[in-house]
Design a protein around this ligand. Structure first.
Ligand code: C2E
Ligand code: MG
Ligand code: MG
Length: 622
C-alpha cells in the first residue's frame, strides 16, 4: 500500500497543528481562514489514509464495499473543500476592500463548490488496488480534480494580478504553495496511482505557516507581548474587515533620571505582566515606553485602563507616571493609517489622558492634507517663489528683494506660507521645500535679468528646522556653484531658535557660508524670536525689524525709543536695517528719518511673481 507519503504528511500537519494551537495568537481574519484550511487538510489526510486501507481490505474481501465508497467520497469531498478553502484564503485577503469582498466571482465559486460536492456525492466512484498502487477513479473523482484545478487556477490568477497589494514575502509564499499543489495535481491526474496531492497540500501548509502564519513571528521574545509589527497587522485587519474596536496606549514617563538599562528592562517586564493580567485582550509593546491594548468593547477598555492607571507606580517598580491615549471608538478614524498617524502625532503628549475625539481627528486630517499638498506641489512643480522688493533709501531705488514661497494649488489658488511652512518645519518636508525654493532663486539670479535693472541681492528665508535636519551650507554652495553665481547675490534670513542643538548647527553653517561670501540677515527682530544675544554671537550683516515692531513705533511711545536706540546701536555695529511691513507714507518717512537703510512693505509692493518683479525693477529703477 502506498500510504507512507500520506502518513508522513499527516505527521507533519499534526505537528504543525500542535505548534499552531500552543502559540499565543492574534485573532486575524487570514489566520482564522488558515486554521480552517489546516484542519481540513489534516482530516483530509486521515481520510486519504483510511480510504487506501479500506480499498485494500475490500479488494482482498474483508471490508464492506459500500463503506469503502462512502470513505472514498468523503475523502475527495474534503479534498475539494480544501481547494475551496485555499481559494477563500487567498481571495479574502487580497480582494477585500473596506470590509467587502470585491471579487465578482465570489458567489459563482460558492455555487461551483456546492454543486461540485453534490456531484461528487451522486456520481459513481470506482477503486482499484494492485501490487504497488491503490486509488479511486471514475466520474466522481474526475469532477473533484477538475473543481480543485479551477480553485487553484483562480488562486494563482488572483495572486499574480494582486502582486502590488502584498509584500514580496507573501507573494513568493503564495506562489510556491500554489505551484506545488498545481504540479502535484497535474501529476496525480495523469498518473492516478501517484497519490501526491495530500503530500503537496501538507507541504503547502508548512510553507504558509513558516512564511506567513507563524504566530510567534508577532511575539516579542522578551515580554511575550505582541510586537509593534503585529499591532500594525492587527489594526489593518480590523479596518479592512470593518471590525470596530476600542484601544488605549500607555506611555511610561519616569519621574527620576536615575534609570539605568536594567531598571528600564525590569520595568518593561513588569508592565508586560500587568497588561497580560488585565485580561485576554491582545497587548502590544510599541517600544520600551509605550504599550497598547485593544478591546472589542468600549466599557471594558475604560474600566481596564482605569484599573491599570490606579496602580501605575507599583507596576513599573520605579517612580513613574503614564500618559494615556484613549480611542473609545475606532470608527472615528477612516483607516488604520489615520489611527497610526494619530498615535504618532500624540506620541510625545505629556497630559495624563488624551482622548481621540472629533476635533483632534480633524486636526490630523488637516495635517495630512497639508503634508500631501506639499508633496504634490513638489512633484508637480507648483512651488512658486514670489519677490518683494526692498527700497534702498540711500540710492533711492530697489536694490534687493525677499524671496517668499507660495504653493499654487491645483485649483489655481495661491496658498500663503503660513498655511504650510509650520507643518513642513515640523515634519521635515522643509528640507525638500527649502532646496526647491533656493534652486528657483538661483535659477532666477543666473538669468541676470534682475541684476540688469539694479538688483544687488536676494534674501532667502531659512528655517531653524532646516538646521535641525540638515546642513544647509552644503546645498547652498552646491547650487551657487551649479548656477555659477556670485555668493554675494545671496543673503540668507535666519531667525533665532530656542533649541541649543540647532543653534550650534546654525553658527557652524553661518561661519562656513560667510567665508564663501554669502551674507546673513536676522529676521523677525522685535518679535521675541530674535534677541540681542543672538546677533551679538552671529555674523549677520542685516537686521530685519519685524512688521509688529515697526508698527509699534506709531502706537507706543516706548517702542519708539526702543526702536531708535536699537537702530543707533546696530548702525554703530555696522549693520544695516530692513524695516518690514511699511504700508503708509507716514511710516516710510519715519523710518527714513531714523536712518533705516532698506524699506520693505506693501507701500511699495506686495510679494509678486518673478516676471512682475522684473517689470517692477525695469519701470522703477529706470
Ligand atoms: P517673513 O520672512 O517675516 O516675511 C515677511 C512677511 O511679511 C511676508 O509674508 C510678506 O508678504 C509680509 N509683508 C511684507 N510687507 C508687508 C506689509 O506691508 N504688510 C503686511 N501686512 N505684510 C507684509 P509671507 O510671504 O506671507 O510670509 C510669511 C512668513 O512665511 C515669512 O515671514 C517667513 O517666516 C515664512 N516664509 C515665507 N517664505 C519662506 C521660505 O521660502 N522659506 C521659509 N523657510 N519660510 C518662508
Ligand atoms: Mg523673512
Ligand atoms: Mg520677517
Amino acid at each position: 500500500m502506498n500510504i507512507v507519503l500520506q502518513c508522513c504528511s499527516l505527521f507533519i500537519v499534526g505537528v504543525l497543528i500542535i505548534m499552531f494551537l500552543r502559540e499565543k495568537k492574534l485573532d486575524l481574519v487570514d489566520r482564522r481562514l488558515f486554521t480552517h484550511a489546516v484542519f481540513t487538510c489534516f482530516v483530509c489526510l486521515i481520510f486519504d489514509i483510511i480510504s487506501v486501507i479500506a480499498i485494500n481490505r475490500t479488494v482482498y474481501g474483508s471490508f464492506s464495499p459500500v463503506a469503502t465508497v462512502i470513505i472514498c467520497k468523503i475523502y475527495i469531498m474534503l479534498l475539494t473543500a480544501q481547494g475551496y478553502l485555499s481559494y477563500i484564503y487567498v481571495s479574502t485577503g487580497l480582494l477585500t476592500v473596506e470590509g467587502v469582498n470585491r471579487s465578482k466571482f465570489r458567489i459563482i465559486f460558492r455555487w461551483v463548490f456546492a454543486i461540485g460536492e453534490i456531484l461528487i456525492l451522486v456520481l459513481p466512484i470506482y477503486y482499484t488496488c494492485d501490487d504497488d498502487a491503490v486509488y479511486s477513479y471514475g466520474a466522481s473523482t474526475a469532477v473533484a480534480y477538475r473543481i480543485c484545478a479551477v480553485f487553484l487556477l483562480a488562486s494563482v490568477i488572483i495572486s499574480l494580478t494582486c502582486k502590488k497589494r502584498m509584500s514580496r514575502r507573501k507573494y513568493i509564499a503564495l506562489l510556491t504553495w500554489q505551484s506545488t499543489w498545481l504540479l502535484a495535481a497535474v501529476i496525480q491526474f495523469l498518473n492516478p496511482e501517484l497519490l501526491l496531492v495530500g503530500f503537496a497540500s501538507a507541504f503547502g501548509m508548512v510553507i504558509l505557516y513558516i512564511q506567513l502564519e507563524n504566530p510567534s513571528a508577532y511575539i516579542d521574545a522578551y515580554t511575550g507581548l505582541f510586537t509593534n509589527e503585529a499591532l500594525a497587522v492587527y489594526i489593518r485587519d480590523k479596518y479592512k474587515y470593518n471590525m470596530p474596536f476600542s484601544a488605549f496606549t500607555a506611555r511610561i514617563i519616569y519621574l527620576t533620571s536615575d534609570i539605568d538599562f536594567d531598571m528600564e528592562q525590569n520595568a518593561v517586564l513588569r508592565i508586560a505582566g500587568a497588561l497580560t493580567e488585565l485580561g485576554s485582550e491582545p497587548a502590544f509593546r510599541i517600544d520600551d515606553k509605550t504599550f497598547c491594548v485593544v478591546y472589542d468593547d468600549k466599557e471594558r477598555m475604560n474600566e481596564r485602563m482605569l484599573f491599570i492607571k490606579n496602580r501605575k507606580d507599583s507596576v513599573t517598580g520605579v517612580p513613574a507616571d503614564a500618559a494615556y491615549i484613549l480611542i473609545p471608538d475606532s470608527s472615528i478614524f477612516s483607516s488604520s493609517e489615520e489611527f497610526f498617524k494619530y498615535l504618532h502625532y500624540h506620541e510625545n503628549d505629556t497630559q495624563e489622558i488624551t482622548i481621540a475625539d472629533e476635533e483632534s481627528v480633524r486636526q490630523i486630517r488637516e495635517r495630512s492634507y497639508v503634508s500631501q499638498m506639499i508633496t504634490d506641489a513638489l512633484a508637480d512643480d507648483r512651488v512658486e517663489v514670489f519677490y518683494q522688493p526692498f527700497y534702498n533709501v540711500k540710492e533711492k531705488k530697489f536694490t534687493a528683494a525677499e524671496a517668499l514661497v507660495r504653493i499654487k494649488d491645483t485649483d489655481g489658488r495661491i496658498v500663503p506660507p503660513a498655511e504650510f511652512i509650520p507643518m513642513a518645519e515640523e515634519n521635515g518636508q522643509i528640507i525638500q521645500l527649502g532646496m526647491r525654493i533656493f534652486e528657483k532663486v538661483c535659477r532666477f539670479l543666473a538669468t541676470g535679468e534682475g541684476q540688469k535693472y539694479g538688483l544687488e541681492y536676494v534674501e532667502v528665508n531659512v528655517s531653524a528646522a532646516q538646521f535641525d535636519y540638515d546642513n544647509p551650507a552644503k546645498f547652498v554652495m552646491e547650487y551657487i556653484k551649479k548656477y555659477n553665481l556670485n555668493p554675494g547675490w545671496i543673503n540668507l534670513e535666519i531667525t533665532e531658535t530656542v533649541q541649543l542643538g540647532s543653534k550650534k548647527s546654525i553658527i557652524m553653517n553661518v561661519d562656513k557660508l560667510t567665508k564663501e561670501g554669502v551674507t546673513f540677515s536676522l529676521d523677525d527682530f522685535g518679535t521675541g524670536r530674535s534677541n540681542l544675544d543672538y546677533f551679538v554671537n552671529m555674523p549677520v550683516q542685516n537686521i530685519k525689524f519685524d512688521r509688529s515692531f515697526t508698527q509699534g513705533y506709531f502706537q507706543n511711545e516706548k517702542v519708539k525709543y526702543v526702536l531708535k536706540g536699537m537702530a543707533d546701536m546696530m548702525h554703530e555695529m555696522n549693520m544695516m536695517i530692513v524695516s518690514e511691513g511699511i504700508e503708509t507714507k507716514e511710516q516710510l518717512d519715519a523710518m527714513i528719518d531714523m536712518g533705516i537703510e532698506y524699506i520693505q512693505g506693501f507701500y511699495f509692493s506686495k510679494p509678486i511673481p518673478e516676471s512682475d518683479f522684473i517689470e517692477y525693477l525695469k519701470s522703477n529703477n529706470g
